[in-house]
Design a binder for this molecule. Structure first.
Ligand code: GCO
Ligand code: MG
Length: 401
């Protein structure tokens, strides 16, 4: 029997920080898993190195479900982003190994294709409305069929607006403090979403991310106000610790709602799904326990007419993106996949990966996930401490970023 011989953890910053797990079997087969938790990278690296890797050695790499249960139930302590990201990395690496051993791309192991390609959306943004409109035009020309639009709120801070070519919110070792005014945002955001529809029409999907900034009643007001923009979704309108709070938004608007990029388990989204309080679930391979657990969430969602819309910002590595596309291709209730191209340096370390064409992503047609890690090249990009920003209201109190 083949056994797990090594589980190595790499931390490097090719364009941004990534934590990567590489599992090697006694037959010399390797599998990769992404373990990146933005701004908390070293916590997951230590969890993997100190607690998980020693328990993997000698185990059967083919027993994916059993390993998931062993790491989840066997640890006694449950859920949470650090634990679930570490479990995700192991799970993803084992799916990669299973695909390589079988000689099949991972989507074939998940039931095969349900569609020809994976519809993606990318991020258009601007420091003002004209800059946003130029950016939307650029994404339209590049062939995107779905575009998220964000503009900086005048006189108040923002989120989701690119500073350079790549969107990268983790800006400094100590969190940068940004200002926030809900009133200014609620007055301004609908005007630029309307400006996008006025200039470019309705021949593509338009999305918008609220980034947990509103209360349920404020979110209800926004959703109602932008109904004529026919958004594909309004994302994270309010924090989701209290899943029941989405019912109030639902009662007031037909604008579809997406939630889940910061949630890590089926229990964090179960009520949202079974009560049909959202339309899209945004949990990801890397932060929600790997392919095994995400598939479980997506299957629950399918029973309740909730579609998928996984997180795919640049802090999710090319390994996660590939794993996401394999799963997106297979599940019946796929909705859309977030996609932001990585920095050029990222491709010097992560070789291979997904292919973009005509607004869709396609998986690598090779055994496994189709991404390899160049550990030697990674040494040229040492880890840099970076945190996500935080937000304060105009009176100085802390708000949700
Ligand atoms: C998105 C997200 C990101 C996150 C980031 C956090 O919708 O893509 O909101 O911009 O803030 O990925 O790590
Ligand atoms: Mg988001």
């Amino acid at each position: 029997m083949s056994t797990i011989e090594r589980a190595e953890v790499f931390v490097a910053s090719p364009g941004r920080n990534f934590v990567t797990l590489r599992v090697t079997t006694s037959d010399g087969v390797t599998g990769l898993g992404d373990a990146t938790l933005n701004g908390r990278e070293l916590a997951v690296a230590a969890y993997l190195r100190d607690h998980v890797a020693p328990q993997l050695v000698g185990r059967d790499p083919a027993r994916i479900e059993d390993t998931w249960q062993y790491l989840y139930r066997g640890a006694y302590w449950r859920r949470g982003p650090v634990t679930m990201t570490a479990i995700a990395a192991v799970d993803t690496a084992l799916w990669d190994i299973k695909g390589k051993v079988a000689g099949l791309p991972v989507y074939q192991l998940l039931g095969g294709r349900s569609r020809d390609g994976v519809l993606v959306y990318s991020h258009a943004s601007g420091t003002d409305v004209p800059a946003l409109l130029d950016d939307v035009a650029r994404f339209r020309e590049a062939g995107y069929r779905a575009i998220r639009a964000q503009a900086a709120v005048p006189g108040s801070g923002s989120y989701g607006v690119r500073k350079g070519a790549i969107y990268e919110p983790a800006s400094a070792a100590v969190p940068e403090e940004q200002l926030w005014s809900t009133e200014a945002y609620l007055d301004f955001a609908p005007t630029y979403l309307e400006a996008v529809r006025e200039r470019f029409g309705f021949g593509f999907h338009l999305l918008h991310d609220v980034h947990h900034r509103l209360t349920p009643i404020e979110a209800a007001r926004l959703g109602k106000r932008v109904e004529d923009c026919r958004l594909f979704w309004l994302e994270d309108p309010t924090p989701a610790e209290n899943q029941e709070s989405f019912r109030l938004i639902r009662q007031h608007t037909t604008t579809p709602i997406a939630v889940g990029e910061a949630l890590t388990s089926i229990w964090d989204v179960g009520h949202l799904i079974t009560e049909q309080l959202v339309d899209y679930v945004r949990t990801s391979v890397v932060h929600a326990g790997g392919i095994t657990h995400l598939r479980r969430i997506f299957d629950l969602a399918a029973l309740h007419q909730v579609r998928t819309g996984s997180h795919g910002a640049t802090d999710l590595s090319p390994v996660t993106l590939a794993a996401a596309v394999h799963l997106d291709l297979a599940v019946p209730n796929f909705g859309i996949q977030e996609y932001m191209p990585h920095a050029p340096e990222t491709a010097e370390v992560f070789r291979g990966g997904v292919r973009f064409a005509d607004g869709m992503l396609h998986p690598p047609e090779v055994p496994g996930l189709g991404v390899e890690y160049d550990a030697e090249a990674a040494e040229r990009f040492p880890y840099e401490p970076r945190s996500l920003p935080m937000a304060r209201r105009l009176d100085g109190s802390v708000h949700d970023w």
